[in-house]
Design a protein around this ligand. Sequence first.
Ligand SMILES: [Mg+2]
Length: 179
Amino acid sequence: MHELIERARPVRLVIFDVDGVLTDGRLSYSSHPDAPEKEQSKVFHSRDGLGMKLLMQAGLEIGIITARSSLAVARRMADLGVPHVHQGQQDKLATYQNMIEHLALSHEQVAYMGDDIIDLPVLRRVGFAATVADASEFMQSHCHFVSKHHSGQGAARELCEFILNAQGRWDETLAYFLR
Ligand SMILES: [Mg+2]
């Protein structure tokens, strides 16, 4: 636990995968031919959204990298005010490298939460690699942090709170709500 806290302390950028992290991973397909992938609906959890907002209010950078592309994700991220939204990224590692270069950050200053093997190249580089309770044992074995909550059910929120706690910011965050 102490090592995890040490890993979370320098984090300045938190990146989330979408399907299977911010959602439960299920994809809704309509039989209608005019409803392609871009039109798919997604189910997000409000508690994950607030966690992401709290991280941003604490001054951290937030982003998503997803291989898919949908208007629902664009709308949800716009609602939350997430600044770094990268959809349709088949090569997540290249996108990640561009992001940290753009923000002038080192691997140690990044946390990434992903759930599947497509996330491994990034997870193997970041200082804080996180996954969800329902990810495979193989994925969990490659991550420093495994949430107790399942994907789309508060896993992302758990990561947000852990980082704020490790950085000594959680009390000041709570203080606002305990007024
Ligand atoms: Mg995923």
